[in-house]
Design a protein around this ligand. Sequence first.
Ligand SMILES: [Fe+2]
Length: 173
Amino acid sequence: MSRVLEGIEAGRLQPDFTLLATMVEYIAEMPDKLHHPKEDQIFALLRTKTHELDAQLDRLEAEHRDTVPATSRLDRALVSYVQGGAAAFGGFRDAVQTYIADEWVHLNTEEGAVLPAARRLFSPEEWQEINADFARNGDPWSGADNRYAELFKRIANLAPAPVGVGASGLDAT
Ligand SMILES: [Fe+2]
């Protein structure tokens, strides 16, 4: 999404609102509905083992609760862009950049602090239970009925190279 926005900003790409809307839909569907609830289970178990991470877990859980408002901020920014055209591009770009920056901080906390602690403190039986629970949803990247894989494929087909395999996005005129 960053690459596509950079292309639009540099004048290399024409905005493809179908592509942008599909990307926002993927973000809204995949992490919001499937990924975060699973992580919350790990956080809850971790709280029974240590209080060292309480402040970080409080923040991560609050961010999980904010995911639906966060993606609707992206939605609203995209609607403003569709309505306002080029003059409204900056608002959409800023909303996407803010979302991405926030996600990196969130992921880095999970991967750098939370998961190493879970690895240290959870028993093999507890991991088995967590793994079984994760497996119930099948491959999280594919989703039920392959929904997320299909969405992702649609994005790859719409996005111009080198991001995806779609047309160049350049105006022929
Ligand atoms: Fe998370």
